[in-house]
Design a binder for this molecule. Sequence first.
Ligand code: DX5
Ligand code: ZN
Length: 226
Amino acid sequence: MPTAKSKPFLVAPSILSADFARLGEEIIAVEKAGADWIHVDVMDGHFVPNLTIGAPVVKSLRKATKMTLDVHLMIESPEEYIEDFAQAGADYLTIHVEAVEKSKLKEVLQQIRKAGMKPGITLRPKTPVEEVLPVLKLVDLVLVMTVEPGFGGQSFMTDQVAKIKTLRQEIDATGLHALIEVDGGINAETAKQVTDADVLVAGNFVFTGDYKNAIATLKAVKRSVG
Ligand code: DX5
Ligand code: ZN
């Protein structure tokens, strides 16, 4: 059976680093350049100190592409917006473990699935990985933040790599199917440290250079590391 290390990374460009005035063209450009998914960072100015976009933009993106829309909610009370994102056409809806009351977490993840999307769970760098282990069997995606959520273009936090290893062992040992995604500071060098993951989010690295070259470089990393 192919292991995670032998399968090339899926690459999910984060539109946070795209030119929002030309978003439709940017999406088509990264799709042509080999992107697998589109990563959409939703911020509310409360859970994180930055404000970005919401479901109406996801609705427009849905019309512009058939690519998987991977929505990362960095908002308080994410349960209040599940229906909006389902209607807008999101494929994955990932919530922060810190944003939901512990007693409600399982129910919220189940609501996301019931609404027709794939649930994902994520955590801030300061949150121990043990916080997400109890819900691994309920999710299709576990997102490891390798920067403090809120802004693109920050430096990769190497001390988060251990979380990826723990998750890989846990998922493989228990036969779960959740994909491991990494988000923050990913480039040609830092990607070499996360070969236990399945999906890479990349904002600045893709959008500030040659899209095709950047995506191909990330997809080649597991081959070069061996
Ligand atoms: C940060 C966001 C990331 C960000 C990644 O809060 O979740 O998705 O856009 O950007 P880079 O790849 O530039 O670190
Ligand atoms: Zn993100």
